[in-house]
Design a binder for this molecule. Structure first.
Ligand SMILES: [Zn+2]
Length: 455
């Protein structure tokens, strides 16, 4: 039996539990009790059948409790009863043997004091172990993005001969819908939540990516639950993502501010005041949604932060610029250049990462647009267009898109050597593929960009 004491008011007025919420997520099931004040409780774990028994001292449960959904893999049902001496007993009936972690969350804009139980089933425990392993790997052998991009640049026929058996893989796009669960994100003018809008846009983007030959998507969250910022980056890393795209729609204190902006990581200060303000709000997500209290996240944070990210940042800028140019026709741009700010979620050392602020949900016109399915589709389409543009120019070596020939129409000012660098092919292969006798090219000329599999 575990006894947990939290300072309660000395005069011991009854603590009211005003509500219970259950958030099933792939990583855990979270049970949240809204409490009128910090509360004293003890926990007992029982088997046959598996259940957690919570005894709250001097507490009452006001409302009927909403039952967990049938698809929840951990929670079966919740029961409660008032016992002698003002003890409130709550029983969480479980579908399997479960580990738990309990902690208190402080009030925020949306909720008051909360007591949180994160429940982990067998599968989730295995998943956690795998994430721990990834953290250790990241520490032992930090990815070196500079070395990676250099080898890609020199990858010519000589390198190709070394690895001819490897089958080309699809390009993986990690799509990150901001916020979720206990963290609703910004609240719109008419009360709509950022977490719902961005998930809707993320799902549209997911469908587009998965329809595209040579690409596939991974969603960091695919439902209404909280996911820590570190877990989001870890999931992208775990699925070996080629690009991480975080989607948001934030609020600003000035309701007249509107339009889209595009962010990449800055480690030394934000581009402007609004950027700093936004980054602070986004990074507070873990405080609002409830961060896990173990030290794993901190360990990973130090691993990720210490690495050199120059090559990754350059790629992030290029991908961000491509997305921003595609956003222009569908959305007012708040800023016409890619912005930089210290968003925690963009700190993967070896995955180019961008954050799209689709609009300001605090602006009445922006919010109205964001709620329309047509506009959501347009925004997703613009992000997708940018992703496609970026990867047609910079397909990672070994991918299906890099394997095939592409076409390029010459614009004013372009040179053959610049094109070779841009597409990471040797100038000799570029000449050979286009039967060029010298390096002269003319505007409007269509060149073949040889893929990995072509001579
Ligand atoms: Zn946000």
């Amino acid at each position: 039996m575990v006894m947990v004491c939290v300072p309660a008011a000395a005069w011991a007025e009854r603590v009211a539990i005003d509500g219970v919420r259950v958030w099933p997520a792939p990583d855990n099931t979270r049970v949240v009790f809204d409490v009128s004040a910090p509360v004293e409780y003890k926990v007992e774990r029982l088997v046959n059948p598996d259940r957690l028994v919570l005894d709250f001292t001097n507490a009452t449960l006001a409302k009927t409790v909403e039952q967990p959904v049938a698809t929840d893999t951990i929670m079966k049902s919740i029961r409660h009863a008032n016992r002698d001496g003002g003890v409130l007993r709550v029983v969480l009936d479980l579908k399997q043997r479960t580990e738990y972690k309990a902690f208190l969350l402080k009030p925020n804009e949306e909720y008051g004091h909360r007591l949180v139980f994160d429940l982990f089933g067998r599968e989730q425990q295995a998943q956690q172990a795998r994430l721990d392993q990834l953290v250790q790997q990241a520490q032992a052998r930090p990815a070196d993005p500079a070395a990676k991009s250099q080898s890609a640049q020199t990858a010519g026929p000589a390198v190709k001969a070394v690895t001819p058996q490897v089958r080309p893989r699809p390009i993986v796009i990690a799509i990150d819908a901001g916020h979720g669960g206990e963290d609703p994100g910004a609240r719109g003018y008419s009360g709509i939540y950022e977490k719902d809008i961005v998930l809707a846009i993320a799902r549209r983007l997911q469908a587009m990516v998965d329809r595209e030959p040579g690409m596939k998507s991974v969603m960091t969250r695919d439902g209404d639950y909280y996911l820590s910022l570190r877990k989001r980056t870890l999931k992208a890393r775990d699925s070996r993502a080629d690009l991480f795209v975080s989607i948001h729609a934030d609020a600003f204190r000035d309701r007249s501010v509107r339009g889209s902006s595009l962010y990449v990581l800055s480690q030394n200060g934000a581009t402007n005041e609004a950027a700093r303000w936004l980054a602070e709000k986004e990074n507070a997500s873990d405080l609002i949604g409830g961060v896990s209290l173990d030290d794993k996240d901190n360990l990973l944070a130090s691993v990720l932060l210490d690495l050199s990210q120059t090559a990754t940042l350059q790629a992030s800028f290029e991908a961000g610029d491509a997305v921003l140019r595609n956003m222009q026709p569908v959305s007012t741009l708040h800023k016409h250049q890619v912005q930089q700010a210290g968003f925690v979620v963009l700190k993967s050392p070896d995955i180019p990462s961008i954050l799209v602020e689709t609009a300001f949900i605090s602006n009445p016109q922006d919010e109205k647009k964001l709620r329309s399915p047509e506009h959501q589709e347009q925004v997703a389409g613009a992000i997708f267009g940018g992703i496609k543009d970026y990867f047609s120019k910079h397909p990672p070596a070994g991918t299906q898109i890099a394997a095939v020939n592409r076409r390029h129409t010459i614009s004013p000012g372009e040179t053959l050597s610049a094109l070779a660098a841009q597409y990471r092919v040797s100038i000799e292969r570029l000449r050979a593929a286009n039967r060029l006798k010298n390096d002269r090219i003319r505007v409007g000329q269509v060149l073949t960009i040889p893929g990995d599999n072509e001579g």
